[in-house]
Design a protein around this ligand. Structure first.
Ligand SMILES: [Zn+2]
Length: 257
């Protein structure tokens, strides 16, 4: 069984066939899904997906959508987090250094969400592009009680090791399926068995050979196959490790799933 540890199934691009997307995933053994929030406007859709027995959710303010975040969104986030039973984490939040003009505001929002994760003892789901070293430094200082996920990890073996040593899990997704991703492949080989989860980031991050297409959780088995090949491990072993790791990361009872 596979757990898609990060997929945006609330996005509009799934409105026309969302149920079929779930069915195709289940048909290939992808039976659990973590859907993170990206903007306040979408939180309602995320929370309603969380009513499904096979979905768990988090809420956050994503750096990519910085222009959509308004004053008051952080307070609203804290209000949504406070009940404590609906969310398995804070996020998606983080730093995307491709967007230099907004970096200062990105760090303000990220820092506020890290503090929420600390206060409510929830894991944090981190989007981190071209900022691995700075983010790792801040995570080390903060010593968050529930750690979290470095989603769509794309860094070096050294960066992977540092996040794992800090107690964070690395999300491995479609990027590993590209032959040119040599540095990431070295990192995938270097991660310990208890340090990674598998994710699609649907509808984004298309796999090799599927560029330009919408991604969906049913493709997670292709990422699994590539990770197993890179690590020289049996796919069943990798799947079982990732399944256990995802439950530990989001502190889910295996029995309740
Ligand atoms: Zn995402």
């Amino acid at each position: 069984m596979l757990f898609d540890a990060h997929c945006h199934l609330d996005f509009d691009s799934f409105d026309a066939d969302r149920q079929a997307v779930f069915e195709r995933a289940h048909a290939v053994g992808v039976s659990r899904f973590m859907v993170p929030g990206t903007t306040r406007e979408r939180w309602g859709a995320v929370l309603s997906l969380g009513e499904r027995a096979d979905v768990v959710v988090a809420l956050g303010l994503h750096p990519y959508f910085i222009a959509q975040h308004a004053a008051g969104d952080l307070e609203a986030l804290e209000k949504a987090v406070a009940p404590g039973d609906r969310l398995v984490g804070i996020g998606e939040c983080g730093i995307d250094a491709r967007f230099e003009a907004t970096l200062e505001r990105q760090w303000e929002l990220f820092e506020a969400q890290l503090q929420l994760a600390k206060r409510y003892r929830l894991p944090v789901i981190i989007h981190c592009v071209h900022a691995d070293d700075q983010v790792a430094k801040r995570l080390k200082q903060l010593d968050l009680p529930a750690r979290g996920l470095i989603h769509a990890f794309g860094g070096s073996p050294e960066q992977a090791r540092r996040f794992v040593d800090l107690g964070y899990w690395l999300g491995l997704g479609g990027a590993v399926t590209y032959d040119r991703a040599k540095r990431l492949h070295r990192a995938v080989r270097a991660i310990p068995d208890d340090g990674f989860v598998l994710e699609t980031d649907s509808p984004d991050m298309p796999l090799a050979g599927r560029q330009g297409q919408r991604n969906e959780p049913a493709h997670l088995d292709e990422t699994l196959a590539r990770v197993a090949l890179l690590r020289g491990q049996d796919a069943d072993w990798v799947a079982a490790s990732a399944w256990d790791n995802t439950h530990r990361l989001f502190r889910l009872e295996a029995a309740s799933l």
